[in-house]
Design a protein around this ligand. Structure first.
Ligand SMILES: Nc1ncnc2c1ncn2[C@@H]1O[C@H](COP(=O)(O)OP(=O)(O)O)[C@@H](O)[C@H]1O
Ligand SMILES: [Mg+2]
Length: 208
């Protein structure tokens, strides 16, 4: 008998609480005895983490939109081959902080209208969707101020401002409609524990 794991992703605008919720969910599932791989994109494998530095650091104009899309796709392919698929084949729960939906949004929407190119590359090189995607929906202004509270060198995408955050929020909600079979929308405008409770309820139902 082949084991099949569960592939969960978190999506949402910057500062919506994805990383916080992904960590809390991983801790909780581990306490229940599940084998969990907590990972993130871009990155999640040694090769993809190297590509992460190329796409998240440096001059905002460092790459054309098309080159950037190729780099994200290369990183995702490596992450899938080396980290995600082996874990799922071993029956583990994979929790990934951002995945292809973020590329549909950020590369597909924000830098020219590349969505059809994003979809073509995805079909060619990735060809896999998560079993379930938790969209943390959030007021863009709050998200931006939360995100700005963090310090770091990965700021190539962080100066997009409130207009882009608004567009991205709407875009994620549209994706949730487009892929309504796997998306679950969680209201992120609440305290950490209330959001985590909703996430837990949704995932426990999926594990049953
Ligand atoms: N529900 C919440 N209420 C208040 N602050 C939060 C909440 N969730 C996360 N934060 C804080 O907001 C910041 C951004 O959260 P993070 O999980 O890093 O968001 P993301 O990964 O979506 O960008 C962090 O400093 C985090 O501690
Ligand atoms: Mg994060």
């Amino acid at each position: 008998m082949t084991k099949t794991g569960l592939f969960l992703t978190f999506e949402g605008i910057d500062g919506s609480g994805k990383s916080t919720q992904a960590r809390m969910l991983a801790d909780q599932l581990r306490l229940q005895g599940h084998e969990v791989v907590l990972t993130r994109e871009p990155g999640g494998s040694p090769g993809a983490e190297e590509i992460r530095r190329l796409v998240l650091e440096g001059d905002p104009d460092r790459w054309s939109a098309e080159t950037e899309l190729l780099l994200f796709t290369a990183a995702r392919r490596d992450h899938l081959e080396r980290t995600i698929e082996p874990a799922l084949a071993a029956g583990k729960v994979v929790i990934c902080d951002r995945f292809a939906d973020s590329t549909r949004m950020y590369q597909g929407l924000s830098r020219g209208d590349l969505r059809s190119l994003v979809d073509q590359l995805h079909n060619l090189m990735i060809g896999r969707e998560p079993d379930m995607t938790l969209l943390i929906d959030m007021d863009p202004e709050t998200g931006l101020s939360r995100a700005k509270g963090r310090q770091g060198t990965e700021e190539r995408f962080e100066d997009f401002g409130p207009d882009l955050q608004k567009k991205m929020r709407a875009g994620f909600l549209a994706l949730a409609d487009e892929f309504s079979d796997r998306f679950r929308v969680v209201d992120g405008n609440r305290d950490v524990d209330s959001v985590a409770q909703d996430v837990t309820d949704i995932v426990q139902a999926a594990l049953r």
